[in-house]
Design a protein around this ligand. Structure first.
Ligand code: AMP
Ligand code: GLY
Length: 419
């Protein structure tokens, strides 16, 4: 088989790395890819990024299966375009990807499907926002509608902060164009868990639970990032909690998406808050998480390709996945300035000393590997217990250097006493 991975970050490196290990696969291709992905696949950096560009590439390479990493091509309809052309692809249609693409759609859907989530109101004007705020206590959460790369969420501690956030979102100062509508919602208390399943529209197979670390600094301090590290371990939630997530969130989502005529195929990512009243959905993503994918792929024991193919062809019923029992941890090494303005072009040294490093923001200039993005590398390792996996990842990371590299020193801290 020939497999094409769309995207060029750490998530896609981990996917391509896993897919390349499959005995069913002869060739892995990636568009655009990156220097890390180039170790396991043929990269096509100049293929373009429109659905039609990807289709042309897949046809010219005679690709048997395409796997989509990021949300942008999904929302742009790449799955619709491939399906119309009769090519197998893993991901949701543009209509189903609205579960991530529009927070207002997603909240409305959860309401209709009876899926537990924070109480919310959707408003589209300052006057409506101010009157809606009367019915919430503080802190309150304000979210810009639309894709905002994680920057569209404000947690306001009091009325003054909430009103300022309303103005910033509506004016486009926060999240730009994304600011036309605001979702105002109740602040939930609990621990966050990423619960991701692969669906074919009817049936699904679950990934093991994982946990991201969104804030830039240790102790979950500072501004949110795309994710500074993650771990994947069975013990993040109990088997009873996992069952509850499946019954109250995953099954009704798959069932209602199908009933509404927009069956959800591909990766459904439920960002959950495990509250005292049970799991509640903070957000849905229509794709795998980054850096959750790095730790999920590192723990997956099964060949992933049969399940991916089954997702694309509606044949997931009865599929299972096996997992290595040891927890996995990944520590993101980020560029100076991230998540704000970053410097690029710093040489990266010492990669050969670490066992598994997924590359995200890298490129090769004059034969040297240099930084080219905010999140540069994800150093990934497993260990008997979470603490061992964490120690192994940090030990590998110690050998890697680029100027002003920043990373969190507490990845996995929440799970140490139970995983
Ligand atoms: P989202 O993009 O909706 O996942 O929000 C980004 C982050 O904001 C989440 O990972 C949470 O840490 C936080 N957050 C979002 N919604 C809520 C909520 N209702 N209550 C508490 N924290 C929230
Ligand atoms: N790690 C969070 C995300 O991919 O959205």
């Amino acid at each position: 088989m020939k497999v094409l991975v769309l995207g060029g970050g750490g998530r896609e490196h981990a996917l391509a790395w896993k897919i390349a290990q499959s005995p069913l696969v002869e060739e892995v291709h990636a568009a655009p890819g990156n220097p890390g992905i180039a170790q396991v696949a043929t990269c096509h950096p100049k293929a373009g990024s429109k659905p039609e560009d990807y289709l042309a590439l897949a046809k010219s390479l005679e690709i048997d299966l395409t796997v989509v990493g990021p949300e942008a091509p999904l929302v742009a309809g790449v799955v619709d375009v491939f399906s119309t052309a009769g090519l197998a692809i893993v991901g949701p249609t543009a209509a189903a990807a609205q579960l991530e693409g529009s927070k207002a759609f997603s909240k409305g859907f959860m309401d209709r499907a009876g899926i537990p989530t924070a109480r919310f109101l959707v408003v589209d004007s300052q006057a409506a926002a101010l009157s809606a705020l009367d019915s919430f206590s503080y802190p309150v959460v304000l979210k810009a509608d639309g894709l905002a790369a994680g920057k569209g969420v404000v947690i306001a501690q009091d009325r003054a902060e909430a009103e300022a956030a309303v103005r910033s979102i509506l004016s486009g100062e926060i999240a730009g164009q994304a600011g036309g509508r605001i979702v105002i919602e109740e602040f939930l208390v609990g621990e966050e868990v990423s619960f991701i399943v692969l669906s074919d529209g009817k049936d699904f197979v679950a990934m093991e639970p994982s946990q991201d670390h969104k804030a830039i600094f240790d102790g979950d301090k500072g501004p949110n990032t795309g994710g500074m590290g993650a771990y994947c371990a069975s013990g993040i939630i109990t088997p009873e909690q996992a069952q509850q997530v499946i019954e109250t969130v995953i099954q009704p989502t798959i069932r209602h998406m199908e009933a509404e005529g927009t069956p959800f195929t591909g990766f459904l990512y439920a960002g959950l808050m495990m509250t005292a009243a049970g799991p509640k959905v903070l957000e849905f993503n229509a794709r795998l998480g980054d850096p959750e994918t790095q730790v999920i792929m590192h723990r997956m024991d099964s060949d992933f390709v049969p399940a991916l193919l089954a997702s694309a062809t509606g044949k997931l019923a009865g599929h299972t996945l096996q997992w290595k029992p040891e927890p996995s941890v990944c520590v993101v090494l980020a560029a100076s300035g991230y998540p704000g303005a970053i410097r690029t072009g710093d040489e990266i040294l010492g990669l050969e000393n670490a066992e598994t490093v997924f590359q995200a923001g890298t490129k090769i200039v004059d034969g040297k590997l240099v930084t080219a993005g905010g999140r540069v590398l994800a150093v990934t390792a497993r260990g008997a217990k979470l603490r061992d996996a964490k120690d192994a990842a940090y030990r590998d990371g110690e050998n890697i250097f680029f100027r002003d590299m920043q990373f969190r020193k507490d990845i996995g801290h929440k799970g140490l006493n139970r995983c």
